[in-house]
Ligand binder design. Structure first.
Ligand code: UD1
Length: 416
């Protein structure tokens, strides 16, 4: 299993481009299931999660051509509306095929995502919404079986804000008969990116970017060409990487507008931030100030940036309180950070991090995607070498990470 070796202490400097957003690319690729015409998706990042999803779509009969960051998909006929456990278990986002399959094929058999390291992560809201749209759903032997004579528009009010839940219901509603209103919809920029792609495919959606999406169903969608938005979490992660080293970097092909909560916190930590339409420049102070973070649905502070900010606080001046409100078990990186010498006390969903003068390199274990990113950020500051094990988690969400960090001057190598 691949490991990453990082020698900390180098100030990061330079310029790198941001990749396409993983969490926007995944639902947009699934939208190809909604039409028999070709969907050409640009700026798709080269990531393990994308490979997994494309393998799943290919198994369903979708013709796929991939050329660099462009993927052309055509779902002329769906041969099997099924997502097996073997594929779904490695990536929870596979649940995103459920809505499109039910809408297009009137049936779907999709494995439950199963346990996940960061919490229970049920899909009850996806199921409840599809039932309200007229699907009959039973869960048997670990599989969701959904059938419908044809979906009908309805008013949907999920009990909580769910990103992939909103995306699944939005895709299903596009082909339902009549109007669907999704209240309490997730406002994450990736949901809006999917909605704009669906509009390019002929969907009729109002309220994009708000918590109320109104969809007037159409009988069919057509092909389109769509460019995936830049990855705001990748952007934020590299900004944190530079910040912890006291460095200065410029990220191009970025979307600073999708990252305001994160940029505000970096400024509060003492970084100088400048933004343009598609770039961000960060200049870090010699020592960061600790900041408090409370994760919340967009436009609040993203849970996917929580681990990276915990890493920043470990060496900052003062102490920071980190509250995780989205997932109940998303502090696994804290014990690994402690192995590097961090001072972190955890009480339920709250972590109190007191900055220490130095971290020391050690062997640590990546436990999930963003926890791994937090470890990378800390390793860049730790004295000596840190070996991060199980970086397949990192490969699920960060494109060419050692190359990009290397371009900024970091001493990083992959051990195969
Ligand atoms: C998406 C992102 C993930 C991010 C998360 C929160 C993708 C592919 N992944 O995950 O990177 O960390 O949003 O911003 O976009 N919940 C239920 N029932 C449901 C659905 C969700 O109880 O049916 C709960 C979850 O357990 C969690 C909370 O709602 O506590 C939010 O989860 P959700 O927004 O659905 O996360 P994902 O869409 O899985």
């Amino acid at each position: 299993m691949d490991k990453l070796a990082i020698v900390g202490g180098v100030r990061l400097a330079g310029e790198i481009p941001v990749s396409g957003a993983k969490n926007a690319a995944l639902p947009i690729l699934c939208a190809a299931l909604l039409t028999e015409e070709p969907l050409e998706v640009e700026n798709v990042p080269h990531l393990r999660d994308v490979d997994t999803l494309l393998a799943l779509l290919a198994r369903m009969g979708v013709a796929i051509e991939r050329e660099g960051p462009t993927v052309r998909l055509q779902a002329k006929r769906i041969v099997s509306p099924e997502a097996p456990y073997e594929l779904v278990k490695t990536m929870r986002a596979s649940i995103l095929v459920l809505g499109p399959l039910v809408a297009r094929c009137h049936e779907a058999v999709v494995s439950l995502p199963g346990g996940c390291a960061i919490g229970a992560r049920p899909v009850d809201q996806h199921i409840k919404g599809l039932q309200a749209l007229g699907a009959t759903v039973r869960v048997e032997h670990g599989y969701i079986h959904a059938t419908t004579p044809g979906l009908r528009g309805a008013r949907l009010v999920p009990d909580l804000v769910t990103v992939t839940g909103t995306e699944n219901l939005l895709m299903a509603a596009c082909l339902a008969e009549g109007t669907t209103v999704i209240e309490n919809a997730a406002r994450e920029p990736e949901v809006s990116d999917l909605a704009r792609c669906l509009v390019a495919m002929g969907a009729d959606i109002d309220g994009i970017g708000t918590d109320t999406l109104r969809v007037r169903g159409v009988s069919r969608l057509h092909g389109a060409r769509y460019r995936v938005m830049p990855d705001r979490i990748e952007t934020g992660t590299y900004l944190c990487a530079a910040a912890i080293t006291g460095g200065g970097i410029r990220l191009t092909r970025a979307d600073p507008g999708s990252l305001e909560a994160v940029l505000a916190k970096l400024a509060e930590a003492g970084c100088r931030i400048e933004t343009g339409p598609d770039w961000v420049v960060l200049q870090a102070p010699a020592r960061l100030r600790a900041v408090d973070v409370r994760t919340a649905p967009y436009p609040g502070f993203p849970t996917d940036m929580q681990a990276q900010f915990m890493a920043l606080d470990t060496v900052a001046e003062g102490s920071g309180v980190i509250r995780e409100t989205i997932f109940e078990n998303r502090f696994m990186h804290a014990v690994e950070l402690q192995r590097l010498g961090a001072d972190i006390r955890i009480d339920g969903n709250t972590a109190v991090v007191t900055g220490v003068a130095r971290l020391d390199g050690a062997a640590v274990m990546a436990t999930d995607l963003r926890a791994s990113a937090g470890l990378v950020v800390a390793a860049l500051k730790a004295e000596g070498e840190t070996i991060i094990e199980r970086i397949y988690h990192l490969d699920r969400g960060y494109e060419r990470i050692e190359e990009k960090l290397g371009a900024l001057g970091a001493q990083v190598r992959r051990i195969r």
